[in-house]
Design a protein around this ligand. Structure first.
Ligand SMILES: Nc1ncnc2c1ncn2[C@@H]1O[C@H](COP(=O)(O)OP(=O)(O)OP(=O)(O)O)[C@@H](O)[C@H]1O
Length: 231
């Protein structure tokens, strides 16, 4: 579903991504770990089309994001660390607005179903976003991704600032999302949640992907050891 082939990015001749190769298949949650500045967000930004690679390719369903931007943007959704929505609108109104923006028009019943699937309690659907927690905003973000029929969701630091209950709900939701044949690609510092929610983990250091592990082959303690030895 996603492929990075020799992905390289330089800023002012300084390499920040160096020959990154990775693949994310259907039904996978790929978690990218690494210290601040390792290159995680840059990788995501290239897939999203916010940045152009200096060389190499980023492919979504086999299509190069550089040459097929419109098509690849239709297949992906992005949930930033702080989900930016309209504070004066309700969850339902935000979902309606953003789904229309991506070319979909749904009935209120259909919009409500997306919000329910994303785990947002019905009593919150018509409340203003200003009253929502970070976890609730993320659920609206996931509902928007579902309404857009995205194959892949990119996430940056999705569990930072979430309490344990919200993290557990988020993890369950990610699993449901990929169980339907989709994928998630996330940058995170949360080693324990990465092992829990991820199917595969990549560790980046100074712009290089230095380790990759399938989570069924590693527990949180082993991953933490590997991470600490790496950075
Ligand atoms: N627009 C830019 N111009 C110049 N340098 C940049 C730009 N964006 C990112 N960088 C640099 O690229 C490197 C990688 O940054 P990136 O944000 O991808 O790291 P990260 O792994 O996501 O870190 P964090 O965990 O802090 O989010 C950093 O050294 C950063 O300063």
């Amino acid at each position: 579903m996603l492929q990075a082939i020799n992905l390289t990015k330089e800023f002012n001749a300084r390499p920040v991504l160096n020959d990154v190769n990775l693949t994310v298949d259907k039904n996978e949650v790929y978690c990218l770990l690494g210290q601040n500045g390792a290159g995680k967000t840059t990788t995501i930004n290239i897939f999203l089309g916010f940045l152009e690679a200096t060389s190499g390719q980023a492919l979504v369903n086999g299509k190069d994001v550089r040459t097929h931007r419109v098509q690849t943007n239709r297949m992906i959704a992005y949930i930033p660390e702080v989900v930016q929505l309209y504070g004066n609108l309700s969850g339902l109104e935000n979902l309606d607005f953003f789904s229309r923006l991506t070319g979909f028009t749904y009935t209120t019943g259909e919009l409500t179903r997306f919000l329910r699937q994303a785990g947002l309690q019905p009593e919150a659907h018509t409340r203003r976003l200003t009253t929502y927690s970070k976890g609730m905003r993320q659920k609206v973000g996931i509902a928007i991704a579902m309404s857009k029929k995205a194959d892949v969701i990119f996430m940056d630091e999705p569990t930072s600032g979430l309490d344990p209950k919200a993290t557990a709900e988020f993890t369950a939701l990610c699993r449901e999302f990929v169980a339907e044949g989709r994928s998630i690609f996330m940058a995170t510092h949360d080693i324990f949640n990465a092992v829990h929610v991820g199917t595969r983990i990549g560790i980046m250091k100074e712009g290089r992907l230095v380790h990759e592990r399938v989570t069924r082959d590693i527990d949180a303690h082993q991953l933490q050891q590997l991470y600490l030895e790496t950075i």
